[in-house]
Design a protein around this ligand. Structure first.
Ligand SMILES: Cc1cc2nc3c(=O)[nH]c(=O)nc-3n(C[C@H](O)[C@H](O)[C@H](O)COP(=O)(O)OP(=O)(O)OC[C@H]3O[C@@H](n4cnc5c(N)ncnc54)[C@H](O)[C@@H]3O)c2cc1C
Length: 309
């Protein structure tokens, strides 16, 4: 069977790239005041694709009164969920695979604990071994690319810049720990407190700066730190298109990701609170003259607004 053969195309249609996994909490490890690592277990995870980098997943949490409204295990789970009355729809939020060990049927997700206002943070705060959740994640059986990853530096990238807030720490950690080659990498991570600085296992040439906010506003440390780092990393690209349409981060999702098409030199990956990422986008493209095809900008959450599934 060849990649584009009718049989392969038929199989790609039959075997979805993302599928439903039924899992339960196995262990909980408090990494720091604001991060908890929850290890999930379930036989299904044998077929969870281990793609690394910033692999995203959807997680479905119990209803306020407990329990899950069945949406089936098929590829139409989302349509079935959407068709439910609001009070029966289990909350869905987006998370990152911090690590997966399919042969041991285990999946690690690092949750930021930001209080009781959101169903995901609330659930992670109180979860105990045995609690069920539903994960929609990459399917190892799918014959084609599964998607759900945005990290895509061009082969000729010599300088890498990764920057984000605490919600991006799991993705940045997974990316930074798997960097090979000899590109220079600057990693800037804004976290709530000094005690949230985590130990990452990275190769020489990957330079990590943690920026504990200690009560400052989101982005107050990250934005100037990115600006300073660019001063060292970037030679402004005279041919770059600095025009930029504004994005209303309260009405649309800020998600602009090139797919390995950027120019050689700098590749940057930025994720976090959408208003902060919008400021960084303006700064990189309009002020620093960096070509947009060399930067992935991702609003991971929006201050004052719940994710809507
Ligand atoms: C691709 C992707 C990957 C992500 N990976 C991770 C991950 O691995 N770990 C992780 O913790 N988060 C991750 N996030 C962010 C996470 O999805 C959001 O923080 C989400 O809103 C949390 O849901 P919730 O139910 O706790 O809060 P919601 O119900 O969505 O929001 C309730 C309130 O809490 C606020 N809020 C939401 N998140 C935060 C926060 N972190 N700090 C302060 N206030 C907040 C909202 O503004 C809102 O006012 C990721 C997001 C994306 C898009």
């Amino acid at each position: 069977m060849t990649a584009g053969s009718p049989q392969t195309l038929e199989r790609i249609r039959e075997v979805p790239a993302y599928r439903v996994f039924h899992v339960r909490v196995l262990r909980k490890l408090r990494l720091s005041p604001n991060f908890v690592r929850i290890t999930f277990g379930g036989e299904d995870l044998l077929d969870f694709a281990d793609n690394g980098f910033d692999q995203r997943i959807k997680m479905m949490f119990p209803l306020p009164g407990g329990g899950f409204t069945p949406v089936g295990d098929g590829a139409d789970w989302y349509q079935r969920w959407r068709a439910l009355p609001a009070e029966l729809r289990n909350p869905i939020r987006t998370y990152t695979v911090r690590a997966v060990r399919p042969e041991r049927h285990e999946l690690d997700v690092d949750f930021v604990l930001h209080g009781e206002t959101g169903p995901a943070s609330r659930w992670a705060t109180h979860a105990v071994p045995g609690d069920p959740v539903i994960v929609v994640g990459p399917n190892a059986i799918h014959p084609g690319p599964v998607g759900g990853q945005e990290w895509a530096p061009p082969a000729g990238a010599t300088n890498l810049l990764l920057a984000g807030d605490e919600t991006a720490v799991p993705a940045v950690a997974a990316i930074a720990e798997s960097l090979s080659g000899d590109a220079r990498a600057r990693v800037l991570l804004e976290v709530p407190e000094t005690a949230d600085v985590l130990a990452l296992d990275v190769r020489p040439g990957v330079e990590i700066t943690w920026l504990p906010r200690k009560g400052a506003r989101h982005g107050e440390l990250l934005v100037p730190a990115v600006r300073d780092a660019l001063g060292e990393l970037v030679v402004p690209d005279a041919g770059a298109d600095a025009s930029l349409e504004d994005i209303d981060v309260d009405a649309e999702i800020l998600w602009e990701v090139p797919q390995a098409t950027g120019r050689d030199g700098l590749y940057a990956w930025l994720a976090g609170e959408a208003g902060v990422i919008r400021s960084l986008r303006r700064h990189l493209v309009q002020d620093a003259g960096i070509d947009r095809s060399s930067v992935a900008f991702m609003g991971y959450w929006r201050l004052g607004r719940a994710e809507t599934g």
